[in-house]
Write a protein that binds this ligand. Structure first.
Ligand SMILES: [Zn+2]
Length: 192
């Protein structure tokens, strides 16, 4: 079944709907079924009826795991069997791969930001502890977390610019966000 009217309601099965969505939005997909979010891993698409569609998997696999040949931890991706009409978020947290609800996924997202800020602050504390003579340990824990969150924001901005098709426009948008934040901060500080 093919959608001929681009404004027609989406009533096709998931795989076809995903393919149409991908085509309309100019998205690239290596999935033989055209599932927009699927990376099309050939081994997962070998069978006739039991395709397992999987999005790019994000996980932690660095040398810090101290286990050569490991598969990584905290893996996260979208996955679905068959025609991809019923995708799930899957997360490998404690060795298991539970399906997450959208709400749980967002909770993980929020916790991950807090976690990354905490890791960054702790590394900063550790670096200061190693070099106490050159960097006096005068910051409060809250100040260190604030510095760490700023570092995380800058790292996120680097990624945003690297992936953006229009970095200049993104920088302009970022400037607007900063101006707005500065205005709101100034108003909050102003005595009433
Ligand atoms: Zn696929």
């Amino acid at each position: 079944m093919t959608i001929t009217d681009p404004n027609a309601p989406a009533v096709t099965p998931g795989g076809q709907l995903a393919a149409d969505t991908a085509r309309r939005h100019g998205m690239q997909s290596d999935c033989p079924d055209g599932v927009a979010w699927c990376v099309g891993e050939p081994g997962n698409h070998a069978g006739d009826d039991d395709h397992r569609h999987e999005s790019r998997e994000y996980n932690l696999t660095g040398a810090y795991l101290q286990d050569p040949g490991h598969h990584g931890i905290a893996a996260f991706q979208i996955a679905a069997w068959g025609d991809a009409s019923n995708p799930t978020l899957v997360f490998q947290g404690t060795g298991l791969w539970p399906d997450l609800t959208l709400k749980q996924g967002r909770e993980l997202q929020a916790d991950a930001v807090t976690w990354l800020v905490g890791v960054t602050a702790t590394i900063r504390r550790y670096a200061i502890a190693l070099e106490p003579s050159t960097t006096p340990f005068t910051e409060t824990e809250t100040e260190q977390e604030s510095h760490a969150a700023f570092s995380v924001a800058l790292a996120a901005l680097d990624v945003a610019l690297e992936k953006s098709p229009d970095p200049a426009r993104m920088l302009a948008a970022m400037r607007a966000v900063l101006d707005l934040a500065a205005d709101e901060y100034a108003q909050a500080e102003r005595p009433s």
